[in-house]
Design a protein around this ligand. Structure first.
Ligand SMILES: [Fe+2]
Length: 317
């Protein structure tokens, strides 16, 4: 049965079916899936029958799968590649405290996962194990088409600009009590504001909630420009939402899209989502667990995890 691709928007997002991705795939099929992903930026796969092990195995067709951040060497799953994006603890009980609420708020800002890392993330594969009865979608925005539709004057203005990305900046925006000075002292990464998305050859904007400053611009002016670009990318013509049932999976390419978590009654309903993250194939070398190292380097900070209920924090969003 041939792979079926049903576009969601004319240039962005597609539902894909016709192949059992829970089983090993031949090279031609793998290549086809990678090409589809590069073309559409976000793909949606329904009723995949993936479990933890086959989720990780399938993720590897896109490249190196990162280890999720560990705190005190602990992971919730047998597979250290699985990032826990749920609202429950190890025993399945809904976790509700100030840190979790702040993390959820941060996840609801438009962002590109791991843009605060020197070595960036490309594809993220988010698999639903349990969904709330209403809500809980992921929203995605098309940063390639948004770039292509910019007025030429803005494209000229953005040419060659570089931006600073900081995890701790986006947490501050979400309400964590970091001061600007504390964020100044934290690790950050620099990336071009516009880059070529290698998989498609199209240019894309690369900004989001982690983007703190534009190098060479006054802080206030840079932030105004960042906010303007995020608002441009997230206009309705560039945005899709994906709702999940157990077994459904979305795959997004962080290098050509923004995303944010959607609202749901997170203190009432369980939502068990697990994610793998594939390293940007052009990013160069990094330690196998460079996320954990980042947060270790950041030292003791307000809301740093100190007890078992916070083991999911800091959240690699
Ligand atoms: Fe995210």
């Amino acid at each position: 049965m041939p792979i079926k691709v049903e576009p969601i928007l004319p240039r962005f997002g597609a539902e894909v079916s016709g192949v059992d991705i829970s089983k090993p795939l031949d090279e031609a099929t793998r290549r086809q899936i990678i090409d589809i992903q590069h073309e559409w930026g976000v793909t949606v796969w329904r009723n995949t029958h993936l479990d933890n092990a086959s989720h990780v195995a399938f993720s590897r067709i896109f490249g190196h799968v990162e280890l999720a951040p560990a705190r005190n060497g602990q992971y919730r799953f047998e597979q250290p590649e699985l990032f826990d994006a749920s609202n429950i603890d190890r025993s399945g009980v809904i976790v509700d405290n100030a840190s979790i609420r702040l993390a959820a708020k941060g996840n609801r800002l438009w962002h590109s996962d791991s843009s605060f890392m020197k070595v960036r993330a490309a594809e993220a594969l988010l698999l639903c194990h349990e969904a709330p009865p209403h809500g809980g979608p992921t929203w995605f925005a098309d940063t390639r088409s948004a770039y292509e539709d910019l007025p030429q004057t803005m494209k000229d203005r953005l040419e060659g600009l570089q931006a600073v990305h900081s995890y701790f900046w986006s947490r501050r925006r979400a309400g964590y009590p970091y001061t600007e000075e504390e964020v100044d002292a934290m690790p950050a990464a620099v990336h071009p504001v516009v880059h070529v998305h290698k998989g498609s050859g199209r240019k894309a904007l690369f900004i989001g909630a982690h983007t703190r400053d534009i190098i060479g611009m006054q802080r206030e002016d840079g932030r105004k420009l960042i906010d303007e670009l995020i608002a441009w990318c997230t206009q309705p013509q560039y945005v899709i939402s994906v709702h999940y049932k157990p077994g459904d999976m979305s795959i997004w390419d962080n290098l050509c899209s923004l995303h944010r978590g959607g609202e749901y009654e997170d203190t009432r309903y369980r939502r068990d989502m697990r994610r793998t993250t594939v390293r940007d194939p052009d990013a160069g070398e990094a330690s196998s667990d460079h996320y954990t190292r980042l947060f270790t380097d950041a030292g003791d900070t307000p809301f740093a995890p100190r007890d078992s209920t916070l083991e999911r924090i800091p959240e690699k969003v």
